[in-house]
Write a protein that binds this ligand. Structure first.
Ligand code: ASP
Ligand code: MG
Length: 400
């Protein structure tokens, strides 16, 4: 098989861990796999380099920042290659440029435009293990660029796509994707397979294993992604096309987002254009509105409620107080969003009622509801949100 492996910062956090990664890579190579290994900077390294730059300037040039930060990944790639050579394996370390990764010129948050795979293919054909410094490329002017924080995942997925790899394995310090946060529900189970769309919902709902950008790219390039731990031999979670998943559970998992706040406007004038005005102002200020609920109007007035990320509440509040779209404004931080996600929902009825019953049984009041084809989200009082997660986890038998 042709495999792209990616090891994150904690997996290469010190020399001993790099040695451990070298052993894993060697094992996979000896099994006959063709390997491209993408590495992150050793954990803390990127932040350390940013600190160095800030010693001299609060606004360092982004071009120089890219040159500086790209060095973290280069260090790891060279060290890993040296370790592999010492084990008697043929490995070669490459920078982004040497790997043919061409990006646009948006320094510190560049996008990969193209990968020229000639040199990678040549090294792979000659039997070498190719180690690539993640997180970086070059622009058309030949300047080093970086892909934004956490960007090594993107390097790996993009390379897997360009090289038509059978698999892209992302190694971190967690075993994979769980049916819910095991700190909240110890009975949570690791998911074997999940679709791109479910994974995207999970990530946007606050369950962070992989960056959304990487999952989106994997979906676009049709890359089979696996997330697994570099600290044990457990299998991990495969993120793939929905068609590749034979047995589709109705609900794959329960996600919790406590970083939510709500704004309620009572007595909004019920006439065309009001919602447009409120939400376009919020959008212009870069505030992410998530759920919106408007009641049926009465006597020319209506109530409107919506949620925003808790850390954007202050700016949203300021704007609402200035706009005064309603007589009565309420701001509430003590809410959380609990969601169930599953592609199986598309073909089953009664999914939502089971969720509502589960919360009713625990006496948890549902304050807002929103649904999509593969997701049902409910806003509840933050105090009871973990209980809600456990109740839903149980209701859909996710511990089985
Ligand atoms: N080293 C970079 C960062 O810390 C990129 C990465 O680790 O993926 O953001
Ligand atoms: Mg909250």
């Amino acid at each position: 098989m042709r495999i792209v492996q990616k090891y994150g910062g904690t997996s290469v956090g010190d020399l001993e861990r790099i040695e451990n990664v070298a052993k894993r890579v060697a094992k996979s190579a000896k099994e006959g796999n063709q390997l491209v290994v993408v590495v992150s900077a050793m954990s803390g390294e990127t932040n350390k380099l940013i600190g160095y730059a800030q010693h001299f300037s609060s606004m360092p040039s982004k071009r120089e920042m890219d040159l500086l930060l790209s060095s973290g990944e280069r260090i790891t790639s060279a060290l890993l290659s040296i370790a592999l050579n010492e084990m008697g394996l043929e490995a070669i370390a490459l920078t982004g440029r040497q790997s043919g990764i061409v990006t646009d010129s948006m320094h510190t948050s560049a996008r990969i435009e193209h990968i020229d795979t000639d040199s990678l293919e040549k090294h792979l054909q000659s039997g070498k293990i190719v180690i690539v410094a993640g997180f970086q490329g070059i622009n058309r002017e030949g300047d080093v660029t970086t892909l934004g924080r956490g960007g090594s995942d993107l390097s790996a997925v993009a390379l897997a796509g360009a090289l038509q790899a059978d698999l892209c394995e992302i190694y971190t310090d967690v075993d994979g994707v769980y049916t819910t946060d095991p700190r909240i529900e110890p009975k949570a189970k690791k998911i074997d397979k999940i679709s791109y769309d479910e994974m995207l919902e999970f990530a946007s709902l606050g369950a962070k294993v992989l960056q959304n950008r990487s999952v989106e790219l994997a979906k676009k390039l049709n890359v089979n992604l696996v997330t697994r731990s570099s600290f044990n031999e457990n299998e991990g979670t495969l993120i793939t096309k929905e068609e590749n998943i034979m047995e589709k559970p109705i609900v794959s998992g329960v996600a919790l987002d406590k970083n939510q706040a709500r704004i309620t406007l009572r007595g909004v004038v019920d006439k065309p254009g009001i919602a447009a005005e409120i939400f376009s102002n919020l959008a212009e200020a870069g505030i992410n509105v998530d759920m919106i609920i408007q009641n049926v109007g009465e006597d020319g007035a209506t109530n409107l409620g919506f949620t925003v990320p808790e850390n954007e509440l202050e700016s949203a509040k300021e704007m609402m107080l200035k706009m005064k779209p309603a007589e009565n404004l309420e701001f509430d931080r003590d809410i959380a969003k609990v969601s169930i996600v599953g592609v199986g929902m598309k073909s089953h009825s009664g999914v939502a009622s089971r969720a509502f019953e589960a919360l009713a049984k625990e006496n948890i009041n549902i304050e807002m509801i929103s649904t999509s084809e593969i997701k049902i989200s409910m806003v509840v009082n933050e105090k009871y949100s973990e209980l809600a997660v456990r109740a839903l986890h149980e209701a859909y038998e996710l511990d089985r």
